[in-house]
Design a protein around this ligand. Structure first.
Ligand SMILES: Nc1nc2c(ncn2[C@@H]2O[C@H](COP(=O)(O)OP(=O)(O)OP(=O)(O)O)[C@@H](O)[C@H]2O)c(=O)[nH]1
Ligand SMILES: [Zn+2]
Length: 206
């Protein structure tokens, strides 16, 4: 493999978004290794660009996934159940769009069904669709609840994310054990404080 650091085609902020080739992406990794101060040509790093590009395919798979497809199948035969459905403690790993460093934690999602329920695993899959992109925690919270509203039309929905941002722990301000909490309510949850309190109590945030 050619371990030379080749000049890249510039990807400028105002350029149209076209995916670079795998070779170009690997060359970019070699550039970053050299920028960090190491030698991309030494034996231990020779396969690293290919591994990083493969890992990016997994870590940022959300760009190729569609939330509408994830939530497309619903079930109506639930014995008339129409109370709150809460899936709590969904683990996620995302990357902050400012530093491209991980932030990770748990998502709690509740909704009040209107016309059928969705498979429980689909709510965890929905979190993955948005976590596996460059994100802010606020955007991710909004995108999850918007997707639930658009695709399930529930009487109300509630989403709470709690996460640790590694850009705040391993660099920068180095504030350890700090959790960021974001939440959003729609429908009945937005209108009724008691429903909000019920949600907070059930996820363990009083
Ligand atoms: N609101 C919000 N901020 C985030 C999130 N992830 C990272 N950040 C913040 O993004 C900010 C970027 O600030 P800048 O001043 O542009 O960058 P910086 O010089 O690297 O900032 P420091 O992290 O303070 O060293 C930092 O305050 C981060 O803590 C997020 O999900 N939401
Ligand atoms: Zn960051």
């Amino acid at each position: 493999m050619d371990a030379q650091v080749k000049p890249l085609k510039p990807v400028t902020p105002d350029a149209p978004v076209t995916r670079p080739s795998r070779d170009e992406a690997e060359a970019a990794v070699r550039t970053l290794i050299a920028w960090a101060g190491d030698d991309p040509g030494r034996e231990g790093l020779l396969d690293t660009p290919a591994r990083v590009v493969k890992a990016y395919g997994e870590l940022f798979a959300g760009y190729d996934q569609n939330p509408g497809e994830v939530l497309s199948k619903t079930f109506k035969e639930v014995g008339g159940y129409d109370d709150l459905v809460l899936v709590k403690g969904i683990p996620f790993y995302a990357h902050c769009e400012h530093h491209m460093v991980p932030f990770y934690g748990q998502a709690h999602i509740a909704y009040l069904p209107h016309d059928g329920v969705v498979g429980l695993s689909k709510l965890a899959r929905l979190v993955e669709v948005f976590a596996r992109r460059l994100q802010t925690q606020e955007t991710m919270t909004a995108q999850i609840i918007d997707a639930i509203n658009e695709n399930l039309g529930p009487r109300g929905a509630a989403v709470l994310l709690e996460a640790e941002h590694m850009c705040m722990t391993m660099r920068g301000v180095k504030a350890h054990d700090v959790k960021t909490v974001t939440h959003r309510f729609t429908g009945v949850f937005a209108e009724d404080r008691q429903e909000q309190d019920r949600f907070f109590a059930m996820v363990g945030h009083r």
